[in-house]
Design a protein around this ligand. Sequence first.
Ligand SMILES: [Zn+2]
Length: 363
Amino acid sequence: MTTSMRSLPGRRPFLTAMMSILALTGLVAGALTAEPRAKDLFGAKKLPAVAAAQSFGFYSKGCFAGGVAIPMDGPTWEVMRPSRNRRWGHPAMIALVEKLSRDAHADGWPGLLIGDISQPRGGPMLTGHASHQIGLDADIWLTPMPSRPLSTRQREEMSATLMVDEKTHLVKDGLWKPMHTRLLKRAASYPEVERILVNPGIKKKLCDTVTGDRSWLRKIRPFWGHDYHFHMRIGCQPGSPNCKGQEATPADDGCGKPLAWWFTEEPWRPNKNPDAPKARDLMTMANLPRQCQTVLDAPAPASAEAATYHGGGVPIAVAAEPAEALPTAPAVPSDAAALPASASAFAPTPEIGIPLPRPRPGN
Ligand SMILES: [Zn+2]
């Protein structure tokens, strides 16, 4: 009795520690099992949220409503890896990709092979990108569209040309053509485009070869990967007060010191913890802007075709689900109506905004 009485105080810290560990383990297990991951919820959505186009949050932490798809084929583009269903974006982005395909074609680029844009409602993806979450990012291949139409299978399986040598981080000899430069210059020429991410080797190639107007090089930003495609990012669009923009790029051409860093050993050191989970693998709805739950719950259009952009000034008919299913909460004051009608898939319902978030307990 005395022994156990004496031993108890000594055990208490141990017990307390055990209890805390158990409680923590429970929390972690709860987070992993009970709380669904946002990437699974958004990855399961096959169709966009019917509402006025609006981006919520940041490029790597957000979602969007009112998404439209670029058609699988156009006169000057083809969508690659169609099974991923990532040909969705903010209407302004989809309209811009279509415009780039026409302008680039006029510049002598055969046509665009379009890579990932976003999932229908954005959000974190099951695989791949950290960004592309708010409908304002698009990947375009640096391989020109072949003269013969690609079959669905070819679009899934055709491999891209890697433009950059893995060891030297320089563009491989003979692969870079003036038409590649023209394509990037054209993409950078649009005021909506804030950044274009390319491999440092490609940035260096441009720095070393572009003559005349070099002001557009400011938007061309070196980044890991991006050796077979470039990544075009547009700014937050009108009507998206909850979209978080990125800080402006420096005013100079970016060819000096910041680029030189990429040709040191530092950026290429092996990842010390390659198996650590990525943010997108852990994010739950609680990590995203609260409006993303509304986006997730919003009704879908009748079909993908009903939300597919056909551009060229032709109004887009959206056969939405029954009207009473549409969100009817007061629209967030926005100038979404200022978007050109042809750029908004949901032009027939301009008054409907994404509803204000429902009050949630504890918020
Ligand atoms: Zn990208």
